[in-house]
Design a protein around this ligand. Structure first.
Ligand code: TLP
Length: 361
């Protein structure tokens, strides 16, 4: 054990593994933000936002890009740009858009979701997608859009490979549907698969990706697609209240994120491996280590380890008192995410605390 376990507030070490969204901006980001050249972005006059958008389009291999305040806003702007009221989108039943975004597409856009099962690796089976596409019939909504998530958050952060992405792209084209990718962690996927992000996105009509997760920027996401699509997404972003003014202050951190933070995601992936193997070795914990390919680890606690009144939430609370934060995601399930600011020593500490809380009484 490299760090002493403390259970008082005093000198508390905190290892926060709840999400890669908790990352702090780097010193270079803070400097870039302080010095950013800005303008009114609603007039298209913020040079730093414009630069970030050009970089994002280039890195994803798309014609144009748009900066948004969050991943949720990016996804919803894309869905609104692709679909009209009553149109249907086919997406995974474990996808972030279906699970964690308040059903915004239905609430705001009147878009009908058609959830189909996510496979354990985060993919949608091609035959399931094909079977869900509606024929032209007065009874049915119109199928308009297929949505994928890469990496897949609720499926262990698994990356979806280029061949699969292309196969779904071809299916979409064949049926004249559009394809959107929630690529909040697309650079984790690309790194894990050893390909460029643009290779994963060749057949995709739109992608959203986040600057504020493993890339450590304080906020912001980008939407990338054709120039015509970005014009429509721009209108959608505005009605969602996402027309920002001197947004270059935060876009500047995004530029640093894209320039400097992508290769270091490898460190998070390596730490996730250490964490998964360590957790799997703790009595009472089950981890499907072979599914850990990026920076997300799910763990299940054996039922007999949690007394009847206790849940994963109580377990997380006990860890937190000792300075380790992980996220309960089900009655017996929790999620730990590695990220910038988490070292191998921190992983060690978290493993020791977890073992102690679970097995020493
Ligand atoms: N995910 C968050 C929580 O909402 C669960 C997290 O901690 O993982 N797409 C994907 C795949 C995401 O994981 C998230 C955030 C979003 C979209 C939304 O991004 P934000 O939080 O910027 O709206």
């Amino acid at each position: 054990m490299t760090k002493e376990i403390r259970n008082t507030q005093e000198n508390m070490i905190t290892v926060d593994l709840r999400s890669d969204t908790v990352t702090q901006p780097t010193p270079e980001m803070r400097k870039a933000m302080a010095e950013a050249e800005v303008g009114d972005d609603v007039f298209g006059e913020d040079p730093t936002v414009n630069r970030l958008q050009e970089m994002a389009a280039k890195i994803t291999g798309k014609e144009a890009a748009l900066f948004t305040a969050s991943g949720t806003m990016a996804n919803l702007s894309c869905l609104l740009a692709h679909c009209g009221r009553g149109d249907e989108m086919i997406l995974g039943d474990q996808s972030h858009i279906f699970y964690y975004e308040q059903g915004g597409s239905a609430a705001v856009g009147g878009i009908h979701p058609r959830p189909i099962p996510n496979q354990p690796d985060g993919k949608l089976a091609l035959e399931d997608v094909e079977a869900a596409i509606r024929p032209d019939n007065v009874h049915f909504p119109r199928s308009r859009l297929i949505v994928l998530e890469n990496t897949h958050n609720r499926c262990y952060g698994m990356p979806l490979d280029a061949a699969y992405m292309a196969a779904i792209g071809e299916l979409a084209q064949h049926y004249n549907l559009k394809l959107h990718v929630d690529g909040a962690r697309i650079f984790n996927a690309a790194l894990s698969l050893g390909v460029e992000a643009s290779e994963l996105l060749q057949q995709v009509d739109s992608v959203s990706f986040c600057l504020s997760k493993g890339l450590a920027a304080p906020l912001g996401s980008l939407i990338c697609g054709s120039a015509d699509f970005i014009n429509r997404a721009h209108r959608a972003r505005k009605v969602l209240g996402g027309g920002m003014r001197q947004a270059g202050v935060v876009a500047a951190a995004g530029i640093v994120a894209l320039n400097e933070m992508i290769p270091r995601l490898a460190e998070d992936h390596a730490n996730a491996q250490i964490l998964a193997r360590g957790l799997a070795g703790i009595k009472g914990i089950k981890v499907e280590s072979d599914r850990v390919k990026t920076n997300i680890v799910y763990l299940k606690i054996a039922h007999d380890k949690l007394s009847e009144k206790k849940s994963a939430i109580d377990f997380a609370d006990e860890l937190q008192v000792r300075g380790v934060k992980i996220l309960p995601t089900g009655p017996y399930q929790l999620r730990a995410v590695t990220h910038y600011g988490i070292s191998t020593d921190d992983i060690d500490y978290a493993l020791n605390v977890t073992d102690m809380v679970l097995n020493s009484h």
